[in-house]
Design a binder for this molecule. Sequence first.
Ligand code: G4P
Length: 536
Amino acid sequence: MTQTMTQSASKVEREAARRRTFAIISHPDAGKTTLTENMLSAAGAIRLAGAVRARGEQRRTRSDWMKIERERGISVSASVMTFEHRDCMFNLLDTPGHEDFSEDTYRTVTAADAAIMVLDAARGIEPQTLKLFEVCRLRGIPILTFINKMDREAEDIFALLDQIQDQLALDASPQQWPAGSGARFAGVRELRGEDFLIYPRAQDDDAPKRERIAFDDAQLSEFIEPDTLMQLREESEIALEGYPEFDRQAFLDGDMTPVYFGSALRKFGINQLLDALAEYSPPPAPVETESGETVAPGDDEVSGFVFKVQANMDPNHRDRVAFMRLCSGEFKRGMKLRTATSARQITVSSPILFFAQDREIVDEAYAGDVIGVPNHGVLRVGDSLSENGKLRFVGIPNFAPEILRRARTKDPLKAKHLRKALESLAEEGVTQLFKPALGAELIVGAVGPLQIDVMAERIEAEYGLEVVFEQPAYTTARWLGGAEADIENFLDRNKSQAAEDLDGSPVYLAKNAWEISYAEEKFPKITFLKAKERVL
Ligand code: G4P
């Protein structure tokens, strides 16, 4: 147990304290999937490596439920994986890699307490790394860095660490220093320990494998080429002098990142990363509610919030699964929970825990855990759930879409069906739906173009409708803030551009950014919001 807990702590507190709920962020191809797979296998997890995303031929048959994922070779839907390592229970929230899904990613990050940032050692920080990092920074979650693919020729390590400092304004604290890279890669020196961790390829195939050796052991030179060893001695001494020591508080505040090195593909460095995650990343923290109360993980009352809804995960069941992150209490199967918005009661009789692509029914869960709640559309992204139905957590935002499309079916008689399909996809939180005040057309909003393609594909596959998306007269949308009378007055005078979102919140559809500035000037009492923070 890494977290000190007094004997008197309740079971609920102890269980919550050993949860580590985290996400992995990376630019596509940096190795997130490989790391995930091998983390699961290193942790002796439930499923063998390869289950996360079946590769090649297997991928086509086994993996996912959508053609678009296969065609484009990307993983559109996020999933959750649970595994145990040492005394900790890890919940890994998989974030979609494609840039169009940043909103989805953002929501996933709202459910994580920490993140691992994976960098390709030859490429350093890439555009998507930066975007995802910003998402983490907004949420203020701590980040561990894993520099991957050390078995390939890497960029200069000092330069990589400089990138972290300069581009992310984050203090890098290397916990290890690599000996060479590519064909010369021999392992890593622990900077806060005494040992050198030996990369297996640096050893004779027939000799029994050694995992570590003291850095001052004379035999060290058997595992590292002389030049590489000299370079390692020099560089690691400079690193020990030049980089700040790890400061847990600075890490928890999001100001410092501990840096680890390895090869996800060769399963090197993964255990150290898991150990660091267990030791340094925070257990679930108390969460604030709208009324200013604080819900602590050890509280008796069971509570949580929905950060993602996914439909048709299993083609054999046309159900939906709401992903709920628990915030407090001891959840038991069969429990009744109420939503804060609709005060509807839900009996959670088959809560699901996710193991890679498989699901299993869980009997109990604690703060930090993510459980899937099958339902028929009752639960929405952003719903707060609790036993008494009174807790409302704050803060899952919607973002102003960067792409708007008018949706229609080829068959006009199917308009009603289309409305239902669009509504239900918007309820999942994948895309947004705006209903203009005038006319019957429906405007779909997305953060990126791929979401529109995914949507068309799903509407066809799941609802049997052929949908056409067209460019409407507007290109952007803003939620409106201000006094009710002022908003009404504004909408009245801009009827042709007035709309409401799925929750009935007023929205202004604008032709361009200039039009928004103009409206801002003319209606100073109205605020035009780029993000709508839903009260849960
Ligand atoms: P992603 O989820 O971040 O997009 O990356 P993914 O794990 O799919 O890895 C991208 C590519 O990089 C894969 O190769 C993978 O095998 C390779 N890779 C991941 N980690 C390492 C590593 O530590 N060392 C080396 N040398 N390669 C690594 P691919 O050829 O694109 O795919 P595949 O044919 O292996 O599936």
